[in-house]
Design a binder for this molecule. Structure first.
Ligand code: DX5
Ligand code: ZN
Length: 220
């Protein structure tokens, strides 16, 4: 394994200054920009969609790691591609046909990812493992930043690490929700290669971002 990617979630950024916030986390060492898209239906919260992502695209060259918490997904895939998304991650529960959605994301020139809620078993991935580039393990229930990490997800990460290694493919294993310097090492030891963090990166304002990002990286 190479190093672990840090993907700050702009859900915890200052929404009045999103362009500047993205430039600040880019300069502070972020590897990707995590964008949480919520529809107030699949999850009990609303955020932003393709027009906002498109407006943010010129502010960084780092990949946009876009996490869709919307249902349905398929009719918006072209808009997310046009907005400049690099990785597009969907929840299987968003339905109706996960394999079709994954194929459509790839055919629009993006890398497909699949997100697993805390209660969603890993077996849902069995027949799409060869088709995806990222698996996102939700270590909180989706919808809000600032929640506490659910420890049972470490076992799921370990199981997915084995599953990915068996494929011999480069699939990013990402964890999202409640990540802090105190628990990021446990997630890394369990096998993740990417860490999403919102509140832990954006706390303290721009002058703290570099240290906040560094504190999540592998230790020792
Ligand atoms: C929750 C989102 C997360 C969230 C993480 O639905 O998917 O990306 O922003 O926020 P923290 O790191 O504060 O738990
Ligand atoms: Zn997310």
């Amino acid at each position: 394994m190479t190093s672990v990617l840090i993907s700050p979630s702009i859900l915890s950024a200052d929404f009045a200054k999103l362009g500047e916030e993205i430039q600040a986390i880019d300069a502070a060492g972020a590897d990707m920009i995590h964008v949480d898209v919520m529809d107030g239906h699949f999850v009990p919260n609303l955020t932003f969609g393709p027009p906002v992502i498109k407006a943010l695209r010129p502010h960084t060259k780092k990949p946009f790691d876009v996490h869709l918490m919307i249902a349905p997904v398929d009719q918006f895939i072209a808009d997310f591609a046009d907005a400049g998304c690099d990785l597009l991650t969907v929840h299987p529960e968003a339905g109706p046909h996960l394999h079709r959605t994954v194929q459509s994301i790839r055919s629009h020139g993006m890398k497909p990812g699949v997100a697993l809620n805390p209660a969603t078993p890993v077996e849902v991935l069995d027949y799409v493992m060869d088709d995806i580039d990222l698996i996102l393990v939700m270590s909180v229930n989706p919808g809000f930043g600032g929640q506490s990490f659910i420890d049972s997800q470490l076992r799921k990460i370990e199981a997915l690490r084995k599953k990915i290694d068996q494929t011999g493919r480069e699939i990013i294993l990402e964890v999202d929700g409640g990540l802090k310097p105190e628990n990021s090492q446990a997630a890394i030891s369990a096998g993740v290669t990417a860490i999403v963090a919102g509140s832990a990166v954006f706390k303290g304002g721009p002058s703290a971002y570099a240290a906040n990002i560094a504190a999540l990286r592998p230790k020792g």
